[in-house]
Design a binder for this molecule. Structure first.
Ligand code: NAP
Length: 256
């Protein structure tokens, strides 16, 4: 696991937006960021799940979060502008942005891959993070120390057969991260952008991709939070344009 011990007040007074905050890794990140003092903006498409995370944050004594219902599949540039306006009105800035929401689509050979599914995966996994980043740039520039995290995958760094649009969208995500890091590395602002590959993690997405696997073989989303906390907090200031792994495993023992 990425080795980082976060102080309890690491994210105090930071405002952080998390996409796909209702489930899986996004839910764990929202709870963890709030648990370290951040005001978290919970963005997602299933309001009941976002409300449950909201209640869990309040019950744990975290700062009052905010909910932004948005389906990234159909969202337009105007929708993103409205999200930006509402954050501007309520907080005046954004200190952290975690692009986490994604879908797998199909795991199918390219020869049979449905073009409509290809478009859908590209829309949610790649175009939405572009549009959201674009809309958030003015708010990130209002922060004294802003961090953008893009969520990648092993197949976004080395493609594997049948991972189709998902793999290609994650390669695109790495490119979008590098572009964002390079463009926003401006002397007058402090904005960094990096990517995280969570590695095999016990969520609905993982269960869908690997139905035969025993879920308890993989770490829970809560276990992979150190790298997310490191990148969201001040200890990663100046670190930008880099690809991180949430889990680093010791080398496997040789098989006899
Ligand atoms: P998950 O359990 O399926 O959660 C995905 C979240 O994204 C859910 O909250 C989902 O909302 C939301 N979402 C999906 N489509 C959306 C849309 N159109 N609009 C708004 N929200 C949407 O997945 P996860 O395993 O936590 O994955 C989180 C990230 O880690 C993803 O980027 C994934 O590619 C990456 N990742 C995961 C693993 C792993 O082993 N789990 C490995 C490598 C990379 P609903 O709850 O409403 O469906």
């Amino acid at each position: 696991m990425f080795d980082y011990q976060a102080p309890a007040d690491l994210l105090k007074e930071r405002v952080i937006l998390v996409t796909g905050a209702g489930d899986g890794i996004g839910r764990a990140a929202a709870l963890s960021f709030a648990g370290h003092g951040a005001t978290v903006i919970l963005l997602g498409r299933t309001i009941s799940k976002l409300e449950k995370v909201y209640d869990d944050i309040e019950a744990a004594g975290g700062p009052q979060p905010a909910i932004v219902p948005l389906n990234l599949e159909g969202a337009t540039a105007q929708d993103y502008a409205s999200v930006a306006d509402s954050i501007d009105e309520n907080f005046g800035r954004l200190d952290g942005l975690l692009h986490n929401a994604s879908i797998i689509g199909q795991r199918t050979p390219l020869a049979q891959f449905e073009p409509a599914v290809w478009q859908q995966v590209m829309q949610v996994n790649l175009t939405a993070p572009f549009l959201l980043t674009q809309a958030m740039i003015p708010l990130l520039r209002q922060s004294k120390d802003a961090s953008v995290i893009f969520t990648s995958s092993s197949v976004g760094r080395k493609a594997k057969a049948y991972w189709g649009a998902y793999a290609v969208s994650k390669f695109g995500t790495e490119g979008l991260m590098q572009l964002t890091a390079d463009e926003l590395d401006e002397p007058s602002y402090s904005i960094r952008a990096n990517s995280v590959n969570p590695g095999a993690t016990r969520t609905s997405m993982r269960a869908f991709a690997y139905p035969a696997e025993n879920p308890s073989d993989n770490p829970a989303p809560e276990d992979i939070m150190p790298v997310y906390l490191y990148l969201m907090g001040p200890d990663s200031k100046g670190v930008t344009g880099q690809a991180f792994d949430a889990q680093s495993r010791p080398p496997k023992a040789p098989t006899p």
